[in-house]
Design a binder for this molecule. Structure first.
Ligand code: AMP
Ligand code: GLY
Length: 420
């Protein structure tokens, strides 16, 4: 099979790494890719959010199967264009991608599916939103409806912060994403993510994970795209995971099918767990980044067969072969991230790290310049290891981190603390 992966982050490097291990893969192209991906696959450059360009590239390169990494091409309808052209694709339609692209749509689906989630109100004008906030009181959560690169959520511990957030959102701080606002009940508990492959009908769990969103040790400081992750998430016991499947995931998939917009791809289910009860925080229509890196570490080559089965609507006959192991990834980011940071610093020591099925440095924002790997993004490397225990995986991941010579970057020393 000739395979095309769309995307350029650590997530896509991990997907490419898993696909390359599968003997069914004859050729792999990643667009646009990065310096790490270029070491294991061909990279191509075109506009991955333009369905027409993607279809043209697929035809010219005899691609049999497309895996879409990030949400933006999905929200732009790239999977629809590929399906119209008769190309097999892993990733939801534009209509189904609304589960991430619109928070009010997700709430509407939860209502219809009777799925446990935070109580909410949905507003298109600031005064009504503020009246609702005053009535409910703080703490309370204010969310821009649309895609806002993970920045459109304000968890307000006091009333004024919530009221200010409403003004910011309707004032255009998040562009079009803030033209509608969802105000939600603040949920207490422990967060974890549950990853489910879907083929429109069947839901197949492919792992649980927890990430560290804050930039600083002890989960302090500014929010980031994620500074590290591990899998499995101990808080998502088999029993709670089954509850989430029965009460949230399957009813959502059934509701989407009933509406004529079946969900196919990976569903990233963000959960809040308290007293043994999971409630939905959010859906994403893609793998998490860096959660994908730990999931791929654990799944290996079978990940490609599973994604292929989802695209061909045969997940009911698919099975995950679980090794009883743990994986962890430590993100190395450019100094200054998530604020402004410099690009172009040289990363040394990578050649000395032996990559194998248990140890891998996935690249995110890297570029090769004159034979050297340089940093070209905020999150730059995802140092990932697998082991019989989380402690063993973690020790090996940090040993790799310590072998990397990059004065221009930083990382958190405490990834996985909650689970250890
Ligand atoms: P979201 O983009 O919806 O995942 O929100 C980002 C983060 O805000 C989540 O990962 C939670 O930590 C937090 N959050 C979102 N909604 C709620 C809620 N209703 N109650 C408490 N925390 C929330
Ligand atoms: N790591 C969080 C996300 O991918 O949305």
């Amino acid at each position: 099979m000739n395979i095309l992966i769309l995307g350029s982050g650590g997530r896509e490097h991990a997907l490419a790494w898993a696909v390359m291990q599968n003997p069914k893969c004859d050729k792999l192209i990643v667009a646009p890719g990065n310096a790490g991906i270029a070491q294991i696959a061909e990279c191509a450059s075109f506009d991955i959010e333009d369905g027409g360009e993607v279809v043209t590239f697929v035809a010219a390169n005899a691609i049999d199967f497309v895996i879409v990494g990030p949400e933006a091409p999905l929200a732009a309808g790239v999977a629809d264009r590929l399906r119209e052209a008769g190309v097999l694709v892993f990733g939801p339609s534009q209509a189904a991608a609304k589960l991430e692209a619109s928070k009010s749509f997700t709430k509407e689906i939860c209502d219809a599916a009777n799925a446990p989630t935070a109580g909410y109100g949905h507003f298109t004008d600031a005064e009504a939103a503020k009246a609702y906030i005053r009535e409910q009181g703080a703490p309370i959560v204010v969310k821009a409806d649309g895609l806002a690169a993970g920045k459109g959520v304000i968890v307000a511990m006091d009333l004024q912060t919530a009221l200010d957030a409403v003004d910011d959102m309707f004032g255009g701080a998040f562009g079009g994403a803030g033209a509608e606002v969802v105000v939600e009940e603040f949920m207490e508990g422990e967060e974890a993510s549950f990853f489910i492959l879907c083929d429109g009908k069947t839901a197949l769990p492919v792992g649980t994970a927890q990430d560290h969103k804050r930039v600083g040790e002890g989960d302090t400081g500014l929010n980031t795209g994620g500074m590290g992750a591990y899998s499995p998430a101990p808080v998502l016991s088999d029993e709670i995971a089954q509850k989430a499947l029965d009460e949230i995931v399957q009813p959502t998939i059934d509701e989407m099918a009933k509406r004529g917009t079946p969900y196919q791809g990976v569903l990233y289910v963000g959960l809040m767990i308290k007293d043994g009860q999971p409630r939905l925080v959010e859906y994403n229509v893609r793998f998490g980044d860096p959660e994908c890196q730990v999931l791929m570490m654990r799944l290996g080559a079978q990940a490609m067969d599973l994604m292929h089965a989802a695209a061909e609507e045969r997940l009911h006959e698919a099975q995950v072969n679980w090794a009883d192991d743990h994986a962890i990834t430590v993100v190395m980011a450019a100094n200054g991230y998530p604020g402004s940071y410099e690009k172009g610093s040289v990363i040394g020591g990578l050649d000395a790290i032996a990559a194998d099925s248990k140890n891998m440095v996935f690249h995110a924002g890297t570029t090769e310049k004159n034979g050297k790997i340089t940093a070209s993004g905020g999150r730059v490397l995802n140092v990932t290891a697998r082991g019989a225990s989380l402690q063993e995986a973690r020790d090996r991941a940090y040993a790799m981190v310590d072998a990397i010579d990059w004065p221009g970057g930083f990382f958190r020393r405490d990834i996985g603390w909650r689970a250890l």
